[in-house]
Design a protein around this ligand. Structure first.
Ligand code: BV8
Length: 225
């Protein structure tokens, strides 16, 4: 029975060297979102989109989980079956830190998907637009990522565990992307206690029962202990 649902965003991976999206110098400030993180952008220029995700796949592979990822893995080991991580992140730092119960609601940069038949598989480090799908052979390979305007993964399961939890914690997210940004309200409506752990107040900080601010590598281990 999941007791603690933890939503993580780019901020938990920031100290592992992976860029956030909306901080100064963040990814979206250097790339046009509509060109690299929408189905329309992929249809317009698949090579540009693959170039963007090939760079992020390389960065993610070279990144090291930090003390915040490690603390969440310790928490899961200390409370078997009671902790669920719902991450907006497309890196695998939670898994590499030892977390098992992880749902990637925005997909994973380490996986590929066929835009023709929907097959998914482990992505090679470098992907190209005309890579053939291993199942249907169509040259329609895309990153297995949820872009803007696409339906996130695991939504029904997420809403189910969220409403039955004792505690909802949001870590390292600006609260600017939906439906993840509304999870705190979904939780509060169901009477679930809510906590924000972030470098600075998020856009939804006023919806949380409690908020602690500082670098994740410091405040997450302190909260877990
Ligand atoms: C959808 C994959 C239909 C790509 C991403 C209202 C309701 C429903 C939808 C919408 C709505 N309004 C608008 C929409 C549409 C849209 C949306 O939300 N647009 C925004 C721009 C307004 N949403 C969608 O299209 C979603 N799909 O709505 O489907 C539907 C409707 C209802 C219910 C179900 C389905 C799909 C969105 C998914 C898009 N894909 N990522 C990729 O990664 O390349 S989003 C992208 O932003 C990443 O996933 C990223 O994780 C995510 C959110 O950003 P954050 O993680 O929060 O990162 P950010 O940089 O913003 O913030 C970092 C935070 O960390 C900061 O607060 C900073 O202070 C903090 N920080 C920094 N350093 C540290 C730190 N904290 C601690 N320690 C540190 N060291």
């Amino acid at each position: 029975m999941t007791k603690i649902v933890i939503l993580t965003g780019a901020g938990i991976s920031a100290e592992s060297g992976l860029g956030t999206f909306r901080d100064v110098g963040g990814l979206w400030t250097r790339y046009d979102l509509s060109e690299v993180a929408t189905p329309e952008g992929f249809a317009r220029d698949p090579a540009l989109v693959h170039e963007f995700y090939n760079a992020r796949r390389k960065n993610a592979a070279e990144a090291i989980p930090n003390a915040a990822h490690a603390a969440l893995a310790r928490l899961e080991r200390a409370m078997p079956g009671a902790v669920r991580i719902v991450t907006q992140n497309i890196d695998d730092l939670h898994e590499r830190a030892g977390s098992r119960a992880v749902w990637h609601m925005h997909g994973q940069v380490g996986r590929a998907r066929c835009a023709a038949c929907g097959e998914t598989w482990a992505a090679p480090m470098v992907m190209r637009p005309d890579d053939p799908c291993p199942a249907c052979r169509a040259p329609a390979t895309r990153p297995d990522i949820v872009w803007f305007g696409e339906f996130p993964y695991h939504m029904d399961e997420i809403w189910e565990v969220l409403r039955a939890a004792d505690l909802f914690v949001a870590i390292g997210t600006s609260g600017s992307v939906y439906p993840a940004a509304a999870f705190v309200q979904d939780a509060a409506r169901a009477g679930v206690r809510t906590l924000e752990l972030n470098l600075e107040p998020s856009e939804t900080v006023n919806d949380f029962d409690e908020a602690r601010h500082g670098p994740a590598s410091e405040i997450v281990p302190a909260w877990v202990e």
